[in-house]
Design a protein around this ligand. Structure first.
Ligand code: J2J
Length: 503
């Protein structure tokens, strides 16, 4: 699961891995930036300085330790965008326990799976109602988290796993991504540099805080590492965020493409002073060149395209790149040691095909997924991203498509097989195939093709069935189509390409 020792030594020698841990990093930041604002609660206006965050993390670490949380334990964390999200992260990092980051949209199917699979010792959730999502795991509710006088805790090693992030996934069950202190700290520090963050920058966390993009590209961790403040927005709508941009003088934020479109349209109506905004990052799904062209003129800020993944590799357009590059590419990697390998279907090198990557912050394997790792990684450690890209002569990447069996619904990732398995549990369904269909707003929506055993169930009944199985709402297919048979490939597999072309 880890990097070979000679490779790790190379990353240390190159200065990427600096033997830091999250816990120590926060202590150093508190010493350096003290009373400067670290986190602002967008809803209540509460402000936490670097020192507050440091002290609160220590008190919560002591409380969680007294509760029984120990080094190496897993704790499923499902919290909204509030400063406490980061208090919980740093408290667990100080203990050496691993947060498992669930999204706010996740329901009982996902949460109970994370708790069981990771053998979590606790589930930290937003309110009492969430307790029921994981009835067998002790729940700790926001607002009543245990705090105590700080205790001495042995520091984890920089090479240890710090947390488990979720994979977008293409198989039946989501895979968990082990990120270490060393590799993750490198990725967001380097990102903060690329985004030119300074202690005067103000980052707005508009996307769900648990997602890798607003967490680390450069996200809240990157902002903290640069001594900058982060404003936690309760939701990403212009109605919520525009007043926050104006009030807090936000300089940079990150959005997925559909939200960027909503922001562009709302900005045209005026009413808020967005002049502090210097950089709008857009990523998570392909941002069309037409929309990209609108950002500069209509929002008065620099667009940065971001093509990243929770498994590691993140590409950015740079802030001083010419417009053509910013509008029509998805950037180039963070690190000179990010290795990019593009291959055809037979693993021969090319400049337009499957993207494989290896580097100082890209994992070498999913957690407890030995069989899947044999497919998702090459024997020499390259991660098969499942993305189809073109590399331009200048080294910039253009995302051209996807080979993985996934739907990217405006940045929300849906593993087709996961939904097919839920549909197959319905007594009237003989076979199911879930595919992406184009959508002008979300980029893609999901469509379930179904072969029924007898009479087709009503679509509303199918939606209710999936809801009752406890899956996140964004995973419920946008469309259902009933068919007699699926088109097949030459080797007799379901041809999803032909299904997609039917719509
Ligand atoms: C096309 N597809 C993109 C883009 C991601 C920063 C930014 C995004 C993520 C993220 C992230 C894309 N154009 N600009 O973790 O740190 C698709 C690809 C990729 C998958 C990863 C970050 N940006 N994608 O989106 O783990 O298919 O991370 O492999 O959620 O999103 O999804 P995820």
């Amino acid at each position: 699961m880890h990097w070979p020792e000679d490779v790790a030594a190379r990353y240390r020698a190159a200065g990427y891995w600096r033997a830091e841990t999250f816990g120590r990093m926060l202590g150093d930041l508190a010493a350096r930036y003290g009373s400067r604002p670290a986190l602002v609660d967008g809803a209540s206006g509460a402000r936490w300085s670097f020192r507050d965050l440091d002290e609160r993390a220590d008190r919560l670490a002591a409380g969680l330790h007294a509760f029984g949380v120990r080094r190496g334990d897993r704790v499923v964390v499902q919290l909204p965008n509030v400063p406490e999200f980061y208090q919980v992260c740093f408290a667990l990092f100080r203990i050496g326990a691993w947060p498992v980051f669930a999204l706010p949209a996740h329901r009982s199917a996902e949460i109970s799976y994370f708790c069981e699979f990771t053998e979590a010792v606790a589930y930290i959730c937003p309110d009492e109602e969430h307790r029921g999502l994981a009835p067998d795991t002790p729940a700790l509710v926001l607002g009543q988290l245990p705090e105590a006088d700080p205790v001495e805790l042995p520091e984890p090693s920089p090479g240890d796993v710090a947390f488990l992030q979720l994979s977008g996934g293409s198989t039946g069950l989501p895979k968990l991504i082990p990120r270490t202190h060393d590799d993750y700290i490198y990725s967001f520090r380097a990102s903060a540099e690329i985004c030119e963050l300074t202690p005067d920058s103000v980052y707005l966390c508009a996307l769900p805080a648990a997602h890798n993009f607003p967490m680390s590209s450069p996200g809240v961790f990157g902002a903290l590492s640069a001594g900058a403040a982060s404003v936690m927005a309760p939701d990403p709508s212009p109605g919520t965020c525009f007043p926050l941009v104006e009030r807090e003088r936000v300089t940079i934020t990150a959005l997925v493409p559909p939200l960027a479109l909503v922001w562009l349209d709302a900005a045209a109506n005026g009413g808020h002073d967005l002049s502090s905004l210097e950089v709008l990052q857009v990523g998570g799904a392909k941002f069309s060149a037409e929309a990209a062209k609108r950002v500069g003129p209509e929002l008065g800020c620099t667009l940065q395209q971001v093509f990243g993944m929770a498994e590691g590799l993140v590409n950015y357009t740079r802030l001083d790149d010419p417009e053509e590059v910013v509008v029509s590419t998805q950037g180039r990697p963070i690190s000179p040691d990010d290795e990019i390998l593009i291959v055809d279907d037979d693993d021969r090198e090319t400049d337009h095909g499957h993207l494989l990557t290896r580097g100082p912050y890209t994992i070498r394997g999913y957690w407890r997924a030995e069989e899947h790792n044999k497919i998702a990684f090459t024997p020499d450690g390259f991660y098969r991203t499942g993305d189809i890209v073109r590399r331009r002569p200048d080294g910039y990447l253009v995302v051209e498509g996807r080979a993985k069996d996934q739907i990217n619904r405006g940045g929300d990732k849906i593993a087709a097989e996961e939904i097919e398995n839920h549909l197959l549990a319905h007594p009237a369904i003989h076979d199911a195939s879930v595919v992406a269909v184009p959508d002008p707003y979300l980029g893609e929506r999901s469509c379930a093709y179904l072969i029924c055993k007898g009479e087709a169930p009503a679509k509303g009944e199918l939606r209710a069935f999936l809801r009752d199985r406890g899956i996140a709402a964004f995973k419920i297919p946008d469309r259902f189509e009933f068919v007699d048979a699926f088109p097949q490939t030459a080797v007799g597999k379901v041809s999803k390409r032909h299904l997609r072309e039917r719509t």
